[in-house]
Design a protein around this ligand. Sequence first.
Ligand code: 1GP
Length: 249
Amino acid sequence: LGRVESYIHAKLKREKLHFVLLDPDDVDPETAGKIARMSEEIGVDAIMIGGSTGAEGDVLDGVVRAIRESSNLPTILFPGSHGGISRYADAIFFMSLLNSTNPFFITGSQALGAFTVKRYGIEPIPMAYLIIEPGETVGWVGDAKPIPRHKPKIAAAYALAGQYLGMRFVYLEAGSGAPQPVPPEMISLVRKVIDVPLIVGGGIRTEKQARAAVEAGADIIVTGTAIEKADSLESAREKLEELNRGIKG
Ligand code: 1GP
């Protein structure tokens, strides 16, 4: 295993993890750097960088570099396509949107990006990515057939298929800014069925929601909007602390 993946596994032996997602289309490099530094001080475990629209090229590179300059947390790309690769990141979730109806998001974009990942020496971390209703922007852009919220068994079947295909993480995604996070019943069934670490994100805005996801069996919680949309850095800090409490207990 690579350096970042080993770090994640070592930490998971002791605690549940909190990854903060920054979308370069929504935050400027300076703010991203400040949020990354705060995140490290508070005890967040990694910074994910990516988004469905506009998180590419110089805009992406600028944000990744600012994060690296301001914190020692691992930087993990969370790409919407092969456009979401930056040479400055430590690792990339090399992900397949398993419930897309469009092969581009299952294997096509991955093939287009593979040589770039190799050339830049970015650590690839294979991950099964599943969109749960409502799916928000990523569901629409990714041509997903979102898994119904009341059908945990479908999510579990896809998650197990992902594991059997060799993916080392499973991500249940309600979509950034979703009005409700992934239902706890779905998280717990998926957790029961798979052996690899389970990542959950989308619509987690409060300590209570973060704790409910962890108690249901999530290993890693991703939060983005709640922190990005805070009206000041001070309130972003409070929100980070609140969410971190929910996750770490
Ligand atoms: C989105 O799961 C992540 O890809 C985080 O979602 O922005 O709603 O926290 P939020």
